[in-house]
Design a protein around this ligand. Structure first.
Ligand SMILES: [Zn+2]
Length: 86
């Protein structure tokens, strides 16, 4: 059975997953991963619920990137301060 995107039901490519998670590459929804436990119940969710879940996952990834960048900047600043003190 060819793999389809659980969100839009168009043919999707499978990306390497971790056993409990399946990775998808959809032309519309790009790359994302879904837990197999959720996939088994895929038909119980509406398209809107899928879209919201994807939006939230993107938001989380974006916030994490911002957080890591900020931490990196603080680290750089700190290092610079240390150098000045020496
Ligand atoms: Zn899709």
């Amino acid at each position: 059975m060819p793999l389809v995107c659980p969100i839009c039901k168009t043919p999707a490519q499978e990306l390497p997953g971790t056993g409990e998670v399946t990775g998808f590459r959809c032309v519309i929804h790009n790359n994302f991963k879904v837990a197999d436990a959720v996939l088994r119940r895929a038909e119980e969710y509406t398209r809107e619920q899928w879209e919201i879940a994807l939006r939230k996952a993107k938001q989380r990834a974006w916030e994490m990137a911002l957080y890591q960048k900020r931490r990196f900047l603080i680290l750089c600043k700190h290092r610079r301060l240390t150098l000045t003190l020496q």
